[in-house]
Design a binder for this molecule. Structure first.
Ligand code: ADP
Ligand code: MG
Length: 246
């Protein structure tokens, strides 16, 4: 569904992403994991066409992304970021319907879709009139997810979507998200820095460090056959946090 060939990006002296080859299969959930600054967001934003890579190319559903077809292809991708990216002056209804609005959908078309999405994301319909400040963090992310799904995109890209939530809400939304991914059968790329979350979501996990892929495969392989000493260090660092906290 998505294919990166020798894609790289540099900011001054920082190699945000080394030349990278990567493919994402249709209908699967892939997880990108790595510490802060490892290039996860850069990779995702290149797929979205929000950042132009210095080298290489991205193919989306068999079509090479170019400035001419960027907007059209981007419409087939839903994007969710950590803080939701909702507009504070728009209520949940208008935040969720933003892209439909740009495309000129009328209420007769967007309202039924919105109700469908409320059911899917477990967002109460009677909260659609509320502004982001009047919603909980978990509800805000559900609105952000509705917005991303509004046009029924083939691909869903999520950049640490649960990172700003407290643990209880996070666990609840995690479970709901996984159910939604399974029900919709979309191609999903989810970014996280959390090992537990990677194991929870990923059919496949890609571990990045300093802009380079260290390992790419089933989560169990990361534990069983780490491809680099850093993989083990990364996993153990989070384990010891868990164990010390217990
Ligand atoms: P991650 O999402 O894994 O935390 P990023 O992809 O955001 O990492 O960043 C990778 C590296 O590129 C970091 O060192 C970051 O500081 C740098 N970087 C990202 N965006 C920019 C930018 N717009 N200008 C300069 N440096 C950037
Ligand atoms: Mg990031």
């Amino acid at each position: 569904m998505i294919c990166l060939r020798q894609v790289s990006k540099r900011y001054g002296a920082t190699q945000a992403l080394a030349p990278t080859d990567l493919e994402f299969e249709a209908g699967r959930t892939a997880v990108l994991i790595g510490s802060s600054g490892s290039g996860k967001s850069t990779l995702l934003r290149i797929i979205l066409g929000l950042i132009e890579p210095d080298t290489g190319e991205v193919e989306f559903d068999g079509v090479r992304m170019q400035p001419e077809n960027l907007l059209e292809l981007r419409r087939r991708m839903g994007y969710v970021i950590q803080d939701g990216g909702l507009f504070p002056h728009l209520d949940a209804r208008h935040n969720a319907s933003l892209l439909a609005g740009y495309l000129g959908w009328d209420l007769a078309r967007s309202e039924p879709r919105l109700r469908e999405l409320c059911a899917l994301t477990h967002f109460p319909e009677d909260a659609l009139d509320r502004f982001p400040a009047q919603l909980s963090g978990g509800q805000r992310q559900r609105v952000s997810l509705m917005r991303a799904l509004m046009l029924d995109p083939a691909v869903l890209l999520l950049d640490e979507p649960l990172g700003a939530l407290d643990p209880m809400i996070r666990a609840e939304l995690q479970t709901d998200l996984r159910e939604i991914f399974r029900a919709l059968g979309k191609t999903v790329v989810l970014v996280t820095h959390d090992i537990g979350e990677a194991a929870f979501f990923g059919d496949r996990v890609t571990l990045l460090n300093e802009g380079a892929i260290l390992q790419d495969g089933p989560f169990s392989e990361l534990l069983r056959a780490p491809a680099d000493p850093f993989v083990t260090r990364f996993i153990n660092a989070q384990r010891s946090v868990l164990e010390n906290g217990a």
